[in-house]
Design a protein around this ligand. Structure first.
Ligand code: SF4
Length: 289
């Protein structure tokens, strides 16, 4: 395997310098280093500049509706547990339209990896404020500046029960690749928030802005099993911005728990149970038509 094996024939059309290029490279490098061949990977995308990555990676892909990458990704994983499933969304997509799915995906803990490109603006629609836009951010939709506090995806993921919660930065692709690898290897739902400069429409959260502020939690000996400390770090945003793995727990996936439940109840495996349920539904449908 080589990184080139994950390239499609289409060249990306993102603005030159967009943080999406580094995220694209980091995903491919993570898959390559984990030795997962393209035919064993599904990436489901939402709508936005991040979703345009659909055209540029040679793995199975599904371009979902706006805000709906997660339910498609979860359904695919439950149908084929041998597939490595990744969902990719922008922050407008995933934390605006898709917010409800995010909360319930964290609770559900199905074994997929969710990457949010956090550029703090709607890029594809040319520069409206997003749920993550900082207070005072002036955009086409907020000419007087955003008046609300921004959504903090990392804090939200922790409070909603996330068992793998990390933050990367497109300007540190080596760290980002390693976080994506760890997320894929984690058993259960893994979430990586990715700081991604939008050079066209966000003149506040630029590469320079992040380069001056980001630091690596693991370089400061942060212990990722400590939930309380993870939450304190998640709330830090200002002169210093933490990146790295905030929190990781070993709770077991939803699939594991269902298998355990099935075994305990009637000695059926999860696959048997799904098969039995499907059969019952099919029989019911046909018998009423
Ligand atoms: S509009 Fe922003 S997010 Fe979209 S491709 Fe250009 S720089 Fe990237």
């Amino acid at each position: 395997m080589a990184i080139e094996d994950y390239n499609s024939k289409q060249k990306p059309t993102w603005c030159p310098g967009c943080g999406n290029y580094a995220i694209w490279m980091s995903i491919k490098a993570a898959l390559d280093e984990l030795g997962i061949p393209p035919h064993k990977v599904l990436i489901v995308y939402g709508i936005g500049c991040s979703g345009n990555m659909f055209n540029n990676i040679n793995v199975y892909g599904w371009h979902a509706l706006h805000g709906r990458a997660l339910p498609v990704a979860i359904g695919a994983k439950l149908a084929n547990k041998d597939l490595t499933v990744i969902a990719v969304a922008g922050d407008g997509d995933g934390l605006g339209e898709g917010m409800g799915h995010f909360i319930h995906a964290l609770r559900g803990n199905v074994d997929i990896t969710y990457l949010i490109h956090e550029n703090k603006v709607f890029g594809l629609t040319a520069g409206q404020s997003a749920p993550t836009s900082m207070k005072g951010f002036v955009s086409k939709s907020t000419p007087e500046g955003v008046i609300e506090d921004p959504t903090n995806a990392v804090s939200l993921a922790l409070t909603a029960g996330g068992e793998f919660v990390a933050r990367g930065y497109a300007g540190k692709p080596e760290q980002l690749k390693n976080l994506i690898k760890q997320g894929i290897q984690h058993k259960g739902f893994s979430f990586v928030d990715i700081l991604q400069p939008c050079i066209a429409f966000n003149k506040v959260n630029t590469y320079q802005y992040y380069n001056d502020r980001v630091y690596d939690l693991q370089a400061e000996n942060h212990q990722a099993e400590d939930f309380d400390k993870a939450f304190i770090k998640a709330e830090e945003w200002g002169a210093k911005i933490p990146t790295g793995l905030f929190y990781q727990a070993e709770g077991g996936t939803r699939e594991d728990n269902l298998i355990k439940e099935s075994d305990e109840k009637d000695n059926l495996t999860f696959e048997h149970k799904v098969e039995k349920r499907n059969l019952e539904r099919i029989i019911k449908n046909y018998s009423t038509n």
